[in-house]
Structure formats: structure tokens, C-alpha cells
Design a protein around this ligand. Structure first.
Ligand SMILES: Cc1cc2nc3c(=O)[nH]c(=O)nc-3n(C[C@H](O)[C@H](O)[C@H](O)COP(=O)(O)OP(=O)(O)OC[C@H]3O[C@@H](n4cnc5c(N)ncnc54)[C@H](O)[C@@H]3O)c2cc1C
Length: 444
């Protein structure tokens, strides 16, 4: 594609401006990706790899001098091994399509995130996506057994391992996972599958303060053990914003300080529901939680998840700046208070909406400065990232660095680490044509 065919498309999920590039290529196979990359390599042409364009750090955004390589035509699920519990899937396959396909075979791919209807398996691998089930199943890295990637010069790196155990030298696939398209284009992935769980039980709960949230996490971990799949927290202000009339339906009183959506997966529908209800009841009795709503149908369960996943109401603020940080759970409350105080001092009219995959030590903040000041983003970054070091946190939990956070990389990585990353990049992509300027600038 060239010209208006490109500009008719949006930059990304987050940015509706027209997409810009010299050309957009849509290969159908590994060999076509290889051919496209060889040509670009010969000409020293920069290439931006795109999956579902839901990434949160502008890693797949293109400018007019780039060629975009889109995986949108590489959507085949090549193989499902029901005995071994693995699948081989092309990188452009949409996550939800893949989840539904394996579900028809009684299997389960546990990576799950709000962008499931658009994000791709290749994008999930390239960003090492996390999401809502990490507390039990880990991030994308934990689910990948093998992959195929094409280097900048067209070399095919086939690392299509299907086994859990394979200690034969360096595990090269790990380098591509989370490398945000800077080391190679991922064309296929071999993933681990679970058996479809027989039961899924869920509750939305309300709590008076953060100390009770951590107590509740401990209670659920102790009483529900390995069944615990999701433990998603929303600060009261976030909950109220997303359940304003006209947005999501609130299943309970909206005036609580904290809300936690908790979910378990298990093997025995009746026994699991009974156990889950007993655990929620004991949390109420012990006054760890103030209220709990348990859905009576799949529709009601989905409505609870909508409250957590549909944050359109918050995005009505212009701008609403999204952050993704991680830090030890015990430091979260103090950290959020510090950020909120800093914001109020800077912009008294600002709002800060906080939620997160708290069991993973991961918080998301939406910051609405509600101000016309210059450099809102830069100043907001200082307020969010500045205090992280003292709390032992990281500037990116699951979204990656992209171009948006590269200034902050050194906040979470030592100089030696960044230098090693750069030397790996130079080895894999000596001309620097793949996603230039993503994660770091080579020249600096
Ligand atoms: C509503 C919503 C909810 C979200 N929730 C979560 C969440 O809970 N957890 C989470 O981790 N993320 C979340 N995200 C972020 C995003 O969905 C993930 O980062 C996702 O993995 C990106 O996949 P994608 O296919 O959209 O990749 P893109 O956005 O297209 O690309 C992301 C990066 O990967 C590179 N890339 C893409 N495909 C390939 C490939 N085949 N080979 C090499 N490089 C490639 C791109 O160049 C870019 O650097 C959310 C996003 C939205 C919009």
C-alpha cells in the first residue's frame, strides 16, 4: 500500500491521526517477510513492524520515512497438538481468535488482556504482554516454547521448540520476547496450552483502605491457593469515574475507597463455587472486605469485568495520560499518595485514576492534568517516575519502553545493562533498520 491507502488507517488504537509511511507491506508467509526485509536491508530502509497497534508506548508508530511491515495477513493457526498441549500460531493472529479456537478443542490459552479483540500473538510476544491472569499463569514469556523470527537482513531464526525442557545452549527465543520489534520480526510462535478449566468463579468486592486490600490478597492466596487467577484492584476514584451514569453499570455502592475483582479457575464447578463463596463469606465476617457481589450468570460476570476493562469514561479527559509501573506491593499505597500529592501541587484541578494487576505488583495510572500548561506529559512523567526509584519500582511493568519511555529507561536499568542491550541490537541489526529509536537511540 502507498499514499491514501495508508493515511486512511489510524496511527494506532490510541491515536486516530492518519498513519504515515513510504509504503505498507503485508506479507503472507515467512518467505515474503524475508524477501521484504532483504530489500529494505539492501537499501538501508527503516522498517516498523505492526501487529494489532494496541501497544501503549508508541512502539509501532510510524513516520513518513518508514516502511511498515504489517503481520495482518499472517493469521493461520498452523497446528494444535492436543496431546502435548501446544499450538503453532502465526504472528498476526488476533489473541481472541486464538483463545476461541483452542477453546473449541477443550484447551485454554491463559494470556488475556482488555485488547484481546485486536492485539496479536506476535505483538504479545514482542511486548511480553502481561494482563489479567499473570498471578497464576505468568506473562507471555512463560507461555512461549518456541518461535521463528526474521532478522533485519532476512536471516530466518527458527527456534520452533515444542518441549518444556530443552537445555541446548543459549535460549535465543528469549531475546526476541519483549524486544519490541528491535531485534527481528516474529513470524510464528509455539505456545503452551492448558486444559479448559471446568469452573470460573468471580466476585467484585469493596474494601475500606489499601491495608485491607493487601490483607484480602493474603486471605485469597491462603484460602484459594493455586485456583486464584485474577486479583484486580481499582482505587475508588477510578471505580466512580468508570461507573458514572452512561458508562459501566455499577454492581454495588459507589462510595467505597477500594474495589477488587477477584476470580478463580478450577476443576469442579459445584465444589469450586462453594469454596469460593465460603472464602468470600469469611472475608466479610473477618471484616477484611465490606461488600461482595457474585455474578449469577456469564452475562453478569462479563458486566463485572466491563467495570475493570472498559475505561472509555476516563479517556474523555483530554489528555488522559496512561502509566504502567511496577513496585513492591507493600510500597504501593505510599507511592500513589506521593504521586497524587505531587499532582495536586502541580495542577490543583488534576485527577488521578489508579487501577492495577496488584498481585503482580503492577499499577496503571491515568492522569488528567486538566490544564493548558505546556509540556504536560513531561511534567507528569517526572511526577510519576520520579518517586519510583526510592520504592524499588520499574518505569514499565508490562507495556514496554517503546519510544514514549526511552528517556526513562535508565531509571530502571543500569548503564551496563543498556550497553549490553545496544550491543545485542548491533549484532542482530547492524544497520539499525528495525524499529529505530524504540527502547533506546543507538547513537546515544
Ligand atoms: C484496552 C487495552 C488494554 C490493554 N491491556 C494490557 C494488559 O493488560 N497487559 C499488557 O501487557 N498490555 C496491555 N495492553 C497493551 C497491548 O495490548 C499489548 O502491548 C499487546 O501485546 C500489543 O499487541 P499488538 O499486536 O497490538 O502490538 P502492536 O501495538 O502492533 O506492537 C507493539 C510492539 O511490538 C512490535 N511488534 C508487533 N508485532 C510484532 C512482530 N510480529 N514481530 C516483532 N515485533 C512486533 C511493534 O513494533 C511494537 O514495538 C492493552 C492495550 C489496550 C488498548
Amino acid at each position: 500500500m502507498t499514499g491514501s491507502e495508508i493515511s486512511e488507517r489510524a496511527v494506532s488504537y490510541w491515536n486516530s491521526s492518519p498513519k504515515q509511511a513510504k509504503a505498507l507491506v503485508r506479507p503472507r508467509s515467512t518467505e515474503e517477510v524475508q524477501a521484504a526485509l532483504k530489500i529494505c536491508h539492501d537499501f538501508g530502509q527503516s522498517v516498523i513492524t505492526q501487529g494489532g497497534m494496541t501497544g501503549c508506548v508508541e512502539g509501532a508508530d510510524s513516520s513518513p520515512e518508514n516502511v511498515i511491515l504489517s503481520l495482518e495477513r499472517m493469521t493461520q493457526i498452523e497446528d494444535i497438538d492436543e496431546i502435548g498441549g501446544t499450538a503453532t500460531v502465526q504472528a498476526g493472529t488476533v489473541l481472541q481468535t486464538f483463545q476461541e479456537t483452542v477453546q473449541e478443542r477443550g484447551l485454554y490459552f491463559p494470556l488475556d488482556l482488555g485488547a484481546r479483540g485486536s492485539c496479536t500473538i506476535g505483538g504479545n510476544a514482542a511486548t511480553n504482554a502481561g494482563g489479567i491472569n499473570v498471578i497464576r499463569y505468568g506473562m507471555m514469556r512463560n507461555l512461549i516454547l518456541g518461535l521463528e523470527a526474521i532478522l533485519a537482513d532476512g536471516t530466518i531464526v527458527s527456534s520452533m521448540n515444542h518441549m518444556l525442557k530443552n537445555n541446548t545452549g543459549y535460549d535465543l527465543k528469549q531475546l526476541f520476547i519483549g524486544s519490541e520489534g528491535t531485534l527481528g520480526v516474529i513470524t510464528k510462535v509455539v505456545v503452551k496450552l492448558e486444559r479448559q478449566p471446568a469452573s470460573r468463579v468471580t466476585a467484585m468486592t469493596a474494601l475500606p483502605d489499601f491495608a485491607h486490600v493487601t490483607k484480602f490478597l493474603g486471605h485469597c492466596q491462603k484460602e484459594l491457593g493455586g485456583m486464584l487467577t485474577a486479583f484486580e484492584v481499582m482505587w475508588g476514584d477510578h471505580y466512580r469515574a468508570v461507573t458514572e451514569p452512561g458508562w459501566n453499570k455499577s454492581p454495588m455502592d459507589r462510595s467505597h475507597e477500594f474495589y477488587v475483582l477477584v476470580e478463580c479457575e478450577g476443576l469442579d464447578s459445584d465444589a469450586d463455587s462453594e469454596r469460593f463463596e465460603t472464602v468470600m463469606a469469611s472475608a466479610l465476617e473477618k471484616e477484611i472486605i465490606q461488600d461482595a457481589v457474585l455474578p449469577k450468570s456469564e452475562k453478569e460476570r462479563r458486566e463485572l469485568w466491563e467495570v475493570r476493562e472498559n475505561f472509555e469514561a476516563v479517556l474523555q479527559n483530554d489528555p488522559a495520560l496512561l502509566y504502567d509501573v511496577s513496585l513492591p506491593i507493600r510500597n504501593m499505597s505510599a507511592y500513589v499518595e506521593e504521586v497524587q500529592q505531587g499532582l495536586k501541587k502541580q495542577w490543583p484541578q488534576s485527577a488521578c485514576y489508579v487501577l492495577g494487576h496488584i498481585g503482580d505488583g503492577n499499577l496503571h495510572l491515568f492522569i488528567a492534568p486538566n490544564s493548558m500548561d505546556a509540556d504536560l506529559h513531561g511534567r507528569s512523567d517526572e511526577l510519576v517516575y520520579g518517586p519510583l526509584a526510592q520504592y524499588g519500582g520499574s518505569v514499565s511493568a508490562e507495556h514496554g519502553i517503546g519510544t514514549e519511555k526511552k528517556k526513562w529507561l535508565k531509571h530502571s536499568r543500569s548503564e551496563v545493562e543498556v550497553e549490553i542491550m545496544k550491543s545485542v541490537k548491533r549484532t542482530f541489526d547492524p544497520k539499525g533498520i528495525l524499529n529505530p529509536g524504540v527502547i533506546f537511540d543507538l547513537a546515544q
